[in-house]
Design a protein around this ligand. Structure first.
Ligand code: NAD
Ligand code: DAU
Length: 358
């Protein structure tokens, strides 16, 4: 059997592919990995799969309908897991167009291709087929300090171009189930962190900047709260939804780890002080407060009781264990960091693929 993953060269997608092909229950099932290799896609994340016939990488865009039709007809996946997206809020503020193109138009295009494929399947394959949409808690907007965490029934109140584009994609997925009966599931997850996280996001940026003696820029007062989940726990949640989730249902995924940004940055500095002490003293000396992000959401928090109750999923990592693993991973993978920072991984993509699709 085969699954089709979109965006499997990005942070969460590559962790998912690696976990899938290492999993006792899943490792015999091939992964077709469709990724456009934007700045966020990095094949070095998947270097350990070189020569592994269970992983079929295809460089291509979810906006390319002919390519989607060809992949679905050739590989006949039993499920499509949709990770591909523009994912960085700050980039969406500076240039929202690409977010509309991939997250909204691309998801629409993918849904239409998958719907045609699904309709063509014989009865038993058709009834077991799944489309899983990977989404975010940001679609629910911002919480007051004492408000209860987001449940699946929380109204959609997206505040950034990124979250608005993800909200639009969630609505499309919902409608394709309601109108056409496409067997979809959606997960709305909180902030992930862990290996292969691109150093534009808070946690990896703070680690790589600290190691390079650069400033650690905290937006505004740094008291914005996020609910952090170690990436392999997100991957196990998606596997649980794929295996046991009910079509048409939404599952919120989170780690019960609400923390203000300042605390995150101080924790990273303390871990680096312990693991890679600096001759000039604590890394916290590099912290600076900079202009806040426009429209910055103050607090996110996920109520993950539905997925716990219905699917028996629980995170394996605490924040303390996950952040320690993460800091160690960046210390042990200086070559990966250097390659990302130099843009070397992009040169390789150009050399391997040029401007063409595979
Ligand atoms: P990422 O930016 O690291 O990776 C996105 C991947 O999608 C990249 O490999 C990129 O090349 C690919 N891609 C982009 N546009 C494409 C297109 N048009 N066609 C094909 N591939 C394309 O993102 P991530 O952090 O791994 O997030 C993955 C998914 O999870 C996204 O849908 C995001 O909204 C969602 N999510 C992320 C988080 C988080 O904390 N990072 C939390 C909840 C949900
Ligand atoms: O909540 C899930 C979302 O988490 C995902 O849907 C997004 O794809 C993912 O990027 C993430 O969004 P955030 O905006 O929360 O993540 P980011 O790492 O960009 O920022 C985390 C917090 O840290 C946020 O409050 C902004 C702040 N921040 C970020 C950066 C990059 C800083 O203070 N300084 C920084 O330099």
């Amino acid at each position: 059997m085969t699954i089709l993953v979109t965006g499997g060269a990005g942070f969460i997608g590559s962790n998912f592919v690696l976990d899938w092909l290492a999993g006792v229950d899943t490792r015999d099932e091939r992964v077709v990995n469709l990724d456009a290799l934007t700045y966020a896609g990095n094949l070095a994340n998947l270097a350990s799969l070189a020569g592994d016939s269970r992983h079929v990488f295809v460089k291509g865009d979810i906006g390319d309908r002919a390519l989607l039709d060809q992949l679905l007809a050739t590989h006949r996946p039993r499920a499509v897991l949709h990770f591909a997206a523009e994912s960085h809020v700050d980039r969406s503020i500076h240039g929202p167009g690409e977010f509309m193109r991939t997250n909204v138009q691309g998801t629409f295009n993918l849904l239409e291709a998958v719907r045609a494929h699904w309709m063509s399947l014989p009865g038993d394959e058709r009834s077991s087929f799944r489309f899983h949409h990977v989404s975010t808690d940001e679609v629910y907007g911002s919480l007051a300090p004492d408000a209860p965490a987001f449940t699946e029934a929380h109204p959609y109140e997206p505040n950034s171009p990124y979250s608005a584009s993800k909200a639009a994609s969630d609505h499309l997925v919902r409608a394709w189930h309601h109108t056409y009966g496409l067997p979809v599931t959606t997960s709305n997850c909180s902030n992930n962190y862990g290996p292969y996280h691109f150093p534009e996001k808070l946690i990896p940026l703070m680690i790589v900047n600290a190691l390079a003696d650069k400033s650690l820029p905290i937006y505004g007062d740094g008291m914005q709260v996020r609910d952090w989940l170690y990436v392999s726990d997100h991957c196990s949640a998606i596997r649980a939804v794929l295996a046991r989730g009910r079509p048409g249902q939404v599952y919120n995924v989170g780690g019960w780890n609400e923390k203000p940004n300042r605390e995150i940055v101080h924790t990273i500095c303390a871990l680096l002080d312990e693991l890679r002490p600096h001759t000039q003293g604590t890394y916290a000396r590099l912290i600076t407060h900079v202009t806040d992000r426009p429209g910055h959401d103050r607090r996110y928090a996920i109520d993950a009781r539905k997925i716990e109750r219905e699917l028996g999923w629980r995170p394996a990592e605490t924040f303390e264990s996950g952040i320690r693993k993460t800091v160690r991973w960046y210390l042990d993978h200086a070559d990966w960091v250097a390659n990302v920072q130099s843009g070397g991984y992009r040169d390789w993509v150009q050399q391997q693929y040029g401007a063409s699709t595979a």
